[in-house]
Ligand binder design. Sequence first.
Ligand code: CTP
Length: 406
Amino acid sequence: MPDIESKNEPKKVLLGLTGGVAAYKAAELVRRLGDHGIDVQVVMTKAACGFITPATLQALSGHPVYTDMWDGRIANGMPHIELSRDKQAIVVAPATADFLAKAALGLADDLLSTLCLARDCPLIVAPAMNRQMWEHPATQRNVAQLKRDGVIVLGPDSGDQACGETGMGRMLEADELAEAISAFLEPKTLSGKRVLMTAGPTFEPIDAVRGITNRSSGKMGYALARAAIAAGAEVTLVSGPVSLAAPVGASMERVQTAAEMFDAVKKHTAKADIFIGVAAVADFRVSAPRKHKIKKNGDKGLTLDFVPNPDILAWVASRPKPPFCVGFAAESRNLDAYADEKRRRKKVKLLIANLAQSAIGADDNEVSMLDDAGTHRLPRAAKTVVARQIIEHIAALCGAKARKSR
Ligand code: CTP
């Protein structure tokens, strides 16, 4: 059985640090970008070196850090050109008000600003400054000009600031930035596709305060939604009760029960190109949930009657013109045999199988993908990585046209 490796080229970015206190978050950003498989070359301004040392960034990125236009380590003596030539993007984080002003005007008086002017790849900036500097009309004008020039502006966020004030201007956290940068660099293989997904558990009430649910965390479904959005898809996510942040850019439908999940899916199926059922839907619900709390009645036990829930995935797959359907199977044993039987029974093009005991609630996962061509195993990896590989496979199977990778 073939192992599927990611077909993505290794991604490389140039990370520029300018002189703001948020420079300390850039150290973490280098690590988080590494988690997404992105290689980072760091360039720092003189002011950035006043906040954090090049040695720290060198140790974290595994590459020498450049700070000077006249650095002799680049053979042709042109670091302002050479350092960005094999990169998919230049990211400036933190980007100070001063840097934004220079970039908006096209000034090039140090290594980083010259690299930005001489680049042939996208520029992403993560502003970080005091709230009044951010709100100043000059800064707002510069940001508007940068956006008109095609620069991607990530943040800023609002909240407590190092200066003791509160407001807009905080740099986004390292994990948010890494996620957004990584998504930006993904090939847009699902561009123009509408993806409908279910994720998380369902909650089936017994009475006013009790119910039956399962241990699904929703992490795999949410990671898939993010990966589909990063691949350019328009995503509708029908989610059972989970404690996860909504994927940025997803249209959310929040539900509790399998019946509500079914209704939400029915509403969106006709427009979907791809349906991915990741939810751990309860197979049964209590036939007549009580309106009020059931009281203990001495030593007497309690018997509940259950009725089957609709099979949402099987319903979608049996439409006259179904979307491309993908199912999930969490089994506790006989994984391959049960998964194969489930794929045939539910008539889905692709079934993702995993062992429940090693997947539920975990941050990583090991799955097999079953389709008409056979079984493909994905090695154990973070759910975010597995999700991207599954989305790549779906894009290839449903014939989505790959748009040029950035
Ligand atoms: N599924 C669904 N609606 C249901 C039950 C399952 O849409 N009522 C979907 C799940 O989202 C998943 C796939 O069907 O994509 C398989 O779910 P699973 O619970 O493993 O399968 P079951 O049909 O419940 O089969 P079994 O109980 O035999 O394991």
